[in-house]
Design a protein around this ligand. Structure first.
Ligand SMILES: NC(=O)c1ccc[n+]([C@@H]2O[C@H](COP(=O)([O-])OP(=O)(O)OC[C@H]3O[C@@H](n4cnc5c(N)ncnc54)[C@H](O)[C@@H]3O)[C@@H](O)[C@H]2O)c1
Length: 268
């Protein structure tokens, strides 16, 4: 059963860090958490007025931020490892530097957060790690290969750690949305494939998810201790289909890539 709202008062007085909190999904999580009564530290490469500057690829900086928050507030209840980037295009056009960059931000960034915050939560005997993965962490389609790889890693880390952390009162949730209306939809294009075409037209989605709706649903899921947040409903249907008939979804992915190439060719 998917929870729609967090119980009243659940987030009151909780201390949270949101990486990538300066934009998009992260900014929506910050708004929702603050409305629910949490104290939130916004951490981002581009933090805006009320945030701290943080590069999640810098392990020492992530550790320092967690230490600072624990020193100042006495605890850390929630870490949202949300900062991420995308790269979209033909894999042969991807440079090694780009592969390394997406691994550094999307995988190592999450590892740095877990390495710094999980021991704190174990000592406290409670806390929750919330990792932003993607539908690309549950299903695989080409032209987004490096991103899909990183998000599968985030889902794997989250589900495995969840089973280990449960006995210590620490929760782990991975967020796996399809397209969400944020600037990332128009970033990371290194060839002719366009992010919006890929995430919307290509998948038959007419309108991306509203980040505030996703954030509210995420806070409800975290409070309920859910493992995965898969939104919207079409994504849950597609994911179920993949588990029932993986061969079918692989063949559909081949067609999907062909369609994307056609769309890209029409533009040139
Ligand atoms: N928007 C979508 O359709 C969608 C779907 C599924 C998953 N996601 C994931 O959601 C997360 C948030 O993305 P978004 O859609 O809000 O995009 P966004 O581009 O609006 O926000 C990403 C934020 O992360 C920050 N960031 C990037 N690299 C960083 C670094 N090294 N250190 C610290 N901060 C860094 C950026 O400055 C930005 O503020 C990402 O992990 C993304 O992969 C997005």
């Amino acid at each position: 059963m998917r929870a729609r709202t967090a119980p009243a008062g659940w987030y009151d007085g909780q201390v949270a860090i949101v990486t990538g909190g300066g934009s998009g999904i992260g900014a929506a999580l910050v708004r929702s958490l603050r409305t629910a009564g949490a104290t939130v530290v916004v951490a981002d490469l581009e933090p805006g007025a009320d945030g701290v500057k943080l590069d999640v690829t810098d392990a020492a900086a992530v550790q320092e931020l967690v230490d600072d928050v624990v020193r100042e507030h006495g605890r850390l209840d929630l870490l949202f490892n949300n900062a991420g980037i995308s790269l979209i295009g033909e894999t042969q056009d991807l440079s090694l530097a780009q592969w390394n960059q997406i691994i550094d931000v999307n995988i190592r960034g999450v590892v740095h957060g877990v390495a710094a915050a999980y021991p704190v939560m174990l000592r406290q005997g409670g806390g929750h790690l919330v990792n932003t993965a993607s539908m690309g962490g549950l299903m695989a389609a080409g032209l987004l290969t490096s991103y899909v790889m990183t998000k599968h890693a985030v889902v794997g880390l989250s589900l495995a750690l969840r089973s280990e952390a449960a006995a210590h009162g620490v929760g782990v949730t991975a967020i796996c949305p399809a397209a969400v209306e944020t600037p990332i939809l128009d970033k990371g294009e290194f060839g002719r494939v366009r992010g919006r075409d890929y995430f919307l037209k290509g998948q038959g989605i007419r309108r991306p998810l509203d980040p505030d709706v996703l954030a509210a649903r995420t806070l409800a899921a975290v409070a309920a201790g859910e493992a995965l947040v898969v939104e919207p409903v079409q994504s849950r249907v597609a994911w179920r289909l993949q588990r029932i008939a993986p061969g079918f979804t692989q063949r559909a992915s081949v067609k999907f890539v062909a369609k994307q190439r056609q769309l890209a060719a029409r533009r040139s």
